[in-house]
Design a protein around this ligand. Structure first.
Ligand code: NDP
Ligand SMILES: Nc1nc(O)c(N)c(N[C@@H]2O[C@H](COP(=O)(O)O)[C@@H](O)[C@H]2O)n1
Length: 270
């Protein structure tokens, strides 16, 4: 750990991750960005003790790895459940990145929050807005399918963020969802070539479902040596109806111990 909360990620550990990371400065020949799915789980596949409860799973080394991953992607995405539960920073605190010893906002990822129904109420205390104001992270983009509130738009635009309204709900269920392809195309259209998707449970499980899993390039999971017990927010994607096959399986896997945690990397896209 360096000064001002700056994190240092060792060179040897960077080499381990390299095969799973997007290639910098190379435009993807695709209408969607390079997608890395990355999160931390317990031994019982839980992201947190309960919905709405922030739970520290990663130890210091693996949390630093997550911060390193953030500076290797153009954008970082979470669902509104996580935004409300965690009031996250969604910035990169690795030494040398903009706001942490570096110029401007160099290396800072663009935060993207999926909030179809405008549930995230921004306030002057919302952490990510304050970090943007202080030049220690970018202001978020919020993907929604509804007209946002005037108050939220004002708070967001004051620090350089914006709403992106997608008018393409695909589900006829009571709670319409936005199609993953539309969400990823929307950010690609705005110059995002690579995105890491951090969670939470609804986001991860819907992305890993058979219809969407092909959109994922790499998976980097931190596994902490703890059981959270029943009632947690669990990673367990839905099976395809009538199928007795696994939903998805990683290829080209590598494991690394970081502190007390284990980091599993793999490739998903065929
Ligand atoms: N350990 C870790 O690495 C991480 C842990 N977490 C934890 O996970 C928990 C939050 O997870 P969870 O409650 O599942 O919430 P999520 O962050 O997954 O957000 C879920 C909400 O996002 C919206 N959403 C998700 N997918 C779509 C889609 N395809 N289209 C449209 N909207 C979508 C929906 O909003 P709506 O309901 O309005 O339709 C949905 O209810 C927290 O406790 C947090 O601390 C979070 C990230 C990482
Ligand atoms: N890597 C990792 N380990 C954990 O134990 C976690 N709980 C999370 N959560 C994710 O990180 C966000 C909070 O961190 P910042 O404040 O943004 O640095 C949180 O919103 C989850 O996306 N991650």
């Amino acid at each position: 750990m360096a000064s001002r909360g700056e994190l240092i990620y060792p060179e040897d550990d960077r080499v381990f991750l390299k095969p799973y990371l997007p290639v910098p400065d190379r435009s993807q020949d695709s209408n969607v960005p390079f997608v890395t799915l990355t999160f931390a789980t317990s031994l019982d596949s839980a992201l947190s003790l309960a919905p709405g409860v922030q739970t520290a799973l990663s130890g210091p080394q693996s949390k630093t790895m997550t911060h390193y991953l953030r500076c290797k992607h153009d954008a970082i995405m979470i669902g509104v459940g996580t935004a409300i539960a965690d009031d996250p920073s969604l910035n990169c605190r690795v030494q040398g990145v903009g706001g942490y010893g570096g110029e401007g906002l160099t290396g800072q990822p663009q935060p993207v929050v999926v909030d179809p129904h405008g549930r995230w109420q921004l306030t002057s205390k919302t952490k990510i807005l304050n970090l943007a104001r202080e030049g220690r992270g970018k202001a978020p983009w919020i993907l929604t399918s509804q007209t946002p509130s005037v108050e939220n738009v004002k708070l967001l635009e004051q620090v350089g963020g914006c709403y992106i309204v997608l008018n393409t709900p695909t589900s006829t269920s009571e709670k319409p969802t936005m199609a993953w392809l539309d969400m990823l195309r929307a950010v690609k259209d705005r110059g995002v070539e690579s995105i890491m998707i951090e969670g939470g449970g609804v986001i991860i499980n819907s992305l890993l479902a058979a219809d969407n899993a092909d959109l994922i390039d790499s998976v980097i999971v931190t596994i902490a040596p703890t059981w959270l017990g029943q009632g947690g927010v669990v990673v367990s994607p839905p099976r395809t109806e009538g199928s007795s096959l696994p939903v998805a399986r990683l290829r080209q896997t590598k494991w690394q111990q970081l502190g007390e945690d284990v980091v599993l990397c793999g490739v998903l896209k065929a």
